[in-house]
Design a protein around this ligand. Sequence first.
Ligand code: ATP
Ligand code: MG
Length: 267
Amino acid sequence: MTLAPQQVTSRSWPVRVRDVTVRYPGGVTALDGVTLDIEAGEMVSVVGLSGSGKSTLIRTINGLVPVTSGEVTVGEHTLGRLSGRQARAVRGSIGMIFQSFNLARRTTVLNNVLVGRLAHTPTWRTLLGAYTAADKQLAFEALDSVGILDKTWQRASNLSGGQQQRVAIARALTQQPRIVLADEPVASLDPPSAHAVMGDLRRINTELGITVLTNLHLLDLAREYGTRMIGLRAGKVVYDGPAATASDAVFEEIYGRSIRQQDVLGG
Ligand SMILES: Nc1ncnc2c1ncn2[C@@H]1O[C@H](COP(=O)(O)OP(=O)(O)OP(=O)(O)O)[C@@H](O)[C@H]1O
Ligand SMILES: [Mg+2]
């Protein structure tokens, strides 16, 4: 992918998570005293079994789930202390990628990508549906950078899973994000598409310098695409170190069981 200069964010954001506990109504403790310092421009994989708290961590960092105790700071902003308007502005600076793509399936790829501009667009203009030429330029460049410019006018539902995820990445890029958070971005994809999407996320990190945090449950992807890996087990950080050199024993410690075939994508 070739990235246009406009997409290069002047400043990506660090993420500071200070002794954060999240207890859901009903009593489940999803995060239990988590402390993390993620520097601006880091590429971090978060691994752990189902239910270990990966999605909760991502939703806590973008302010969708409130902390029960502790503190989360993104860039200069401490979540929980922001006005509604500030919180929306912060969320507008965080690109989100989901397993299920979260596209508006019946509308065009372009319209889906332009949604990334909403947080930066005055309400009166979104009501008119009037995106600026600069917004459209950003959208086209984002689509080009993930290799699907030729799909601009297609309905999102007509695209393959891998292409739909690239639309979601283009939408996130169009936000000009300071941070990208990806929650199991390749869990619904075949191996070649999974590698393509992980490759795009890596380039967002290396070429644009954006902080990227990706939840993964496949150990080979975590090793290949993260520089740093965080292991969660029952809401606690049980590993925080280099990704590439994390041994099978490290994964067995994180998972609390021996490695199985389903823990590896292959391909
Ligand atoms: N909205 C919610 N209300 C109550 N409990 C929840 C809620 N969301 C998650 N949980 C519980 O919190 C714990 C952590 O869930 P979370 O979704 O963060 O795990 P995960 O690591 O993302 O799992 P998976 O790999 O299955 O996506 C689980 O026990 C889950 O059942
Ligand atoms: Mg999850």
